[in-house]
Design a protein around this ligand. Sequence first.
Ligand SMILES: Nc1ncnc2c1ncn2[C@@H]1O[C@H](COP(=O)(O)OP(=O)(O)O)[C@@H](O)[C@H]1O
Ligand code: SF4
Ligand SMILES: [Mg+2]
Length: 329
Amino acid sequence: MSRSDDVLLQVVDLKKYFPITRGTLFQRVAGYVQAVDGVSFSIKRGRTLGLVGESGCGKTTVGRTILRLYTPTSGKAYYEGRDVFAASEDEVLALRRKMQIVFQDPYSSLNPRMTVSDIIGEAIDIHRLATSDRERAARVHHLLRLVGLSPEHSQRYPHEFSGGQRQRIGVARALAVEPSFLILDEPISALDVSIQAQVVNLLEDLQDELGLTYLFIAHDLSMVKHISDDVAVMYLGKIVELAPSRDLYLNPLHPYSQALLSAIPIPDPDVELKRKRIILEGDVPSPINPPSGCRFRTRCRLAQNICREVEPELAEMAPGHKVACHMAG
Ligand SMILES: Nc1ncnc2c1ncn2[C@@H]1O[C@H](COP(=O)(O)OP(=O)(O)O)[C@@H](O)[C@H]1O
Ligand code: SF4
Ligand SMILES: [Mg+2]
């Protein structure tokens, strides 16, 4: 297999700006929310990229734009080398079979009036993956077993399940069309801590068994630590650091990644006691009018004059370890 075949998804300089309109009768564009502002990354087949950052930094918009649920402002996405944004309607349907999304909130993402069988079966119907009711039911039962539920659950409604079980149903629904790539948009954020590890373990097992590739979105670095091969840290629409998971956790180079990591408690009480916490002051600035130069400068303890004037580029400091900071390296 050639090197380029290895890459399942490549995203190049992706931008998504949402227009802000004013006026009722004659709407005019008064500005833009720069939700995603020049994001590039690639994910190899069978691997997981963790995408992390505080709420509102653009993670969901990245995922939804790749799936063409939003029209990109500019940039490219290639799935198995094919230009996603240039795909025709028919091609989009085919791509949707390969790329699926699992949503954050297992309570609102399942239709309360549909049985589990119909929630999972809907996608089977849309893509005509079963030729008879029997085959459809057999597929649903197989999917339920795959996610650790029982075929007996198929005639029940979402409210009869716990949060963790509902998220398993969400995963089964995504897997119904036999995708190769899943965007997991904060799949464990809404779950009890005790349940989170179970769902992550399930996702890891499914990845091994089915050879899946993941974009795993989270607002907290601790959630993606074990599952990710690489981690991208986002701040206000941009990736500020991208590295193999181990490098990022052992040697974070961007002040924002350092602050996020220092917020994760360490199980060893002696280490925990001696450790310095980096407190992130203030709120994330508005993506409508982001700070000049480095977007993180209003909250950065290392900021200098240059940070106000010159935007730092995402530069490779060590093999595979990229960071956007004037003071790094
Ligand atoms: N459909 C939309 N229209 C306008 N603004 C949006 C829309 N979706 C998201 N945004 C804005 O874009 C920014 C990024 O949002 P989002 O991608 O949801 O962030 P995250 O998933 O990291 O919390 C936020 O400021 C959000 O308010
Ligand atoms: S470029 Fe400057 S403001 Fe931005 S993270 Fe680095 S030191 Fe901080
Ligand atoms: Mg989100």
